[in-house]
Design a protein around this ligand. Structure first.
Ligand SMILES: [Zn+2]
Length: 109
């Protein structure tokens, strides 16, 4: 398993990889592996390359590109959520799901 570090730069600092392209790839892979290649919002499983990374707190609201603000999401959920608040969007789209909500809360806290 790839260690999960806060940013791609950390993979370079720690000499886990030597190029920034590799660092980005590893970082993205580590975030997706953290959730077993599941979309955090709909709960479906995907191939690693089918998943996108979603900013839980949207970039447009000042959300940072740190592992603690990024979760794997399928394209449909990523687009559907847009810049909405994740919890409100998730509940109105999929209903309440304590387990999935808790997974996200644990990751971002
Ligand atoms: Zn999804």
């Amino acid at each position: 398993m790839t260690p999960l570090l806060p940013t791609p730069e950390h993979y370079l600092y720690n000499l886990i990889t030597m190029t920034s392209a590799d660092a980005k790839r590893l970082w993205s892979k580590a975030i997706k592996e953290q959730f077993n290649c599941t979309c955090v919002y709909c709960g479906n499983n995907y191939e690693i390359n089918e998943l996108t990374l979603d900013h839980v707190k949207p970039k447009t609201n000042g959300g940072e590109s740190l592992a603690s603000n990024l979760v794997p999401a399928c394209k449909k959920c990523n687009q559907g959520k847009g810049s909405s608040h994740w919890l409100g969007w998730m509940r109105s789209t999929y209903g309440r799901n304590h387990t999935r909500e808790q997974l996200i809360l644990n990751h971002i806290s």
